[in-house]
Design a binder for this molecule. Structure first.
Ligand code: SME
Length: 157
């Protein structure tokens, strides 16, 4: 608990630094992908209090909703659709400061104002899923989030 309070009081960089070490430890202790994603979503969500934090997995050529924290979300996203499907198709992290300005954004919740989506790429160079985080504030995510969330995504794969 004291550790959790310490995290909550630091800068974003400091929070990610501590969080990354904790995630490293959790991920190294568990090989199952769903179990890993479930705890990682919970840990990111609890640290930052985002609106929605979760994963979609590539299953039979579609992104299918995986472990998440937050309100219910759409369950299937095609390649190239929305922010998630575009990050998957382009194999790159997308930072969206204002979701209303992103063509084809899939609005799972009208409360979501900005978003970051990080592809999860395995050792065979296949995108196996995405990490999607939504904020109810505009322009929440920056290069600091991208840097750390890409490091976290690489731990999961
Ligand atoms: N907004 C996403 C869909 C997933 S939800 O935000 C959880 C998108 O456009 O891909």
């Amino acid at each position: 608990m004291a550790e959790h309070l310490d995290i909550a009081q630091g800068s974003k960089e400091e929070k990610y630094n501590v969080l990354y070490t904790q995630i490293e430890s959790v991920v190294s202790a568990e090989a199952d992908m769903i179990a890993r994603m479930a705890n990682v979503a919970a840990m990111i969500h609890a640290t930052f209090g985002f609106w929605w934090t979760g994963f979609y997995r590539v299953i039979d050529g579609v992104l299918v909703l995986g472990p998440f924290q937050g309100p219910m979300a759409c369950t299937r996203i095609a390649l190239g659709r929305g922010v998630c499907g575009t990050a998957w198709k382009e194999r790159t992290t997308l930072i969206v400061p204002d979701v209303e300005l992103f063509p084809g954004h899939i609005a799972c919740s009208s409360a979501s104002k900005s978003e970051i989506v990080v592809p999860i790429i395995d050792s065979d160079n296949n995108v196996i899923g995405v990490l999607d985080i939504d904020s109810e504030r505009l322009a929440t995510f920056d290069e600091c989030d991208k840097h750390w969330l890409e490091k976290i995504a690489s731990l999961i794969a």
